[in-house]
Unconditional design. Structure first.
Length: 418
């Protein structure tokens, strides 16, 4: 037993409520368990209980043992003056003034065994072996909340960037798009690269794709080596050295990575495709905001890297010809992880429900992500039909399952109660 589980049992009333009595033998009825308190003070506020014939309204404190009240010095804390009931797992000490309710013998053992089983699991997720018991109806409302939580957190990042950019949505968009071109592995250096190159600076060179490439590659630290026999690399080096002196540029400190990565995701290729996008498009945020649907956005991001990259994945290493188009998988990844949070944040900032709904519709209309997390849930029979499902599953795994927050999870609640 721990306090989190005790809070859960009290809040959900997963105990035998019949003929409740305090440890001193007084009849007790719980009218309202109260609202969980996230701040200092008692655990639950605005609770109501009836002891004998008197109804009390106030706060409730929970502990594993009665003696914890004194160990935590609550008797000297004015925040606890309005406690009407002390709920404990085990009563082990006398307490003056505050009625005590002991729950140890009122909770089903099967619930405790299930919880212990979940906490001791080392599988992909704690409830993996129990997942077949969960019907789709239990999933849907939980997915909605998971997606809402994920979008709120991602929107907070967007709004933080917006504040740094003094309300400039175009600059904020540039940072977000560049960051997500780096995918998970190179997200940080790509973001730093974008922050080091303002849109007004890029606008001076937008018409020259090679100049954009040289700026992106150079700032990302990819033009430092000496590579003989590659004229294109030498050209980018010369361009970058000129711009570095002219604009007093400093390459980012964080390195980009190639290891354990498919060639199609190499940072060299992604930066070349990002340069092609910025070469092709002006006012990128406005174009994204005003796009009618997912098809229009996919068309906007339909770009090819410079011809050099059709024969290369990295500098100095020629390969067979293959067009380096920004593929459908990467485009939908950008839609899910960059465009949707950007539009949702814009709607939130302007209190525009239509824009927020547009973001949600784009998510539902996007292709499902395919990664180790979605594959793991698919093996358990969990539906992953579109980007909406993928984001819900990812949020669940990263924010709940990996931290064993089963008591805060609707699926965990259902399985513990079942």
């Amino acid at each position: 037993m721990n306090e989190k589980l005790l809070h859960f049992i009290w809040q959900k009333q997963y105990y035998n409520p019949n003929e409740l009595v305090t440890v001193s033998g007084e009849p007790l009825k719980v009218i309202a368990t109260g609202t969980y308190n996230l701040d200092q003070g008692p655990d639950f506020k605005q609770a109501r209980v009836r002891i004998r014939q008197t109804t009390w309204a106030g706060n409730i404190e929970l502990h594993l043992r009665t003696s914890d009240w004194y160990r935590h010095q609550h008797q000297h804390d004015r925040n606890f003056d309005n406690v009407i009931l002390h709920v404990v797992w085990k009563h082990d000490a006398e307490q003056n003034g505050v009625p005590v309710l002991e729950l140890e013998n009122r909770v089903p053992k099967v619930l405790l065994e299930k919880f212990e089983g979940l906490m001791n699991q080392t599988s992909f997720i704690p409830c993996e072996k129990m997942m077949t018991r969960v019907e789709e109806i239990h999933w849907q409302s939980w997915k909605d909340r998971l997606v809402a939580e994920r979008l709120q957190r991602k929107s907070a990042v967007v709004l933080k960037y917006l504040e740094e950019n003094k309300g400039n949505w175009e600059e904020t968009c540039w940072w977000i798009i560049a960051r997500n071109f780096g995918s998970r592995v190179n997200m940080a250096p790509f973001e730093e690269m974008a922050k080091s190159l303002s849109l007004p600076l890029l606008a001076r060179h937008r018409s020259q794709l090679i100049q954009l490439e040289s700026l992106f590659m150079g700032q990302a630290g990819l033009l430092r080596e000496k590579i003989s026999g590659d004229d294109y690399y030498s050209l980018l080096q010369r361009e970058y050295h000129f711009f570095r002196e002219k604009y007093r540029l400093k390459p980012v400190n964080q390195p980009v990575y190639f290891l354990r990565m498919r060639p199609g995701n190499f940072p060299t290729l992604r930066l070349a495709q990002l340069a092609a996008l910025m070469h092709k498009t002006t006012h990128l945020f406005s174009r994204i905001r005003d796009a009618s649907d997912a098809s229009a956005l996919r068309e906007l991001f339909d770009v090819f890297a410079n011809d050099y990259w059709h024969y290369h994945y990295r500098f100095g290493e020629a390969t067979r010809y293959r067009e380096k188009r920004l593929g459908a998988v990467m485009t939908d990844s950008l839609l899910i992880n960059a465009i949707v949070p950007l539009l949702f944040a814009y709607g939130q900032y302007h209190q525009d429900q239509v824009m927020k709904q547009k973001a949600m519709d784009l998510l539902e209309g996007s292709t499902a992500e395919n990664n180790s997390i979605t594959q793991g849930f698919r093996r358990m029979g969990v539906k992953n039909s579109n980007g909406y499902d993928s984001q819900a599953i990812t949020e669940l795994k990263n924010e709940y399952c990996s931290h064993k927050r089963c008591l805060e999870c609707m699926i965990g609640n259902f399985l513990l109660k079942a």
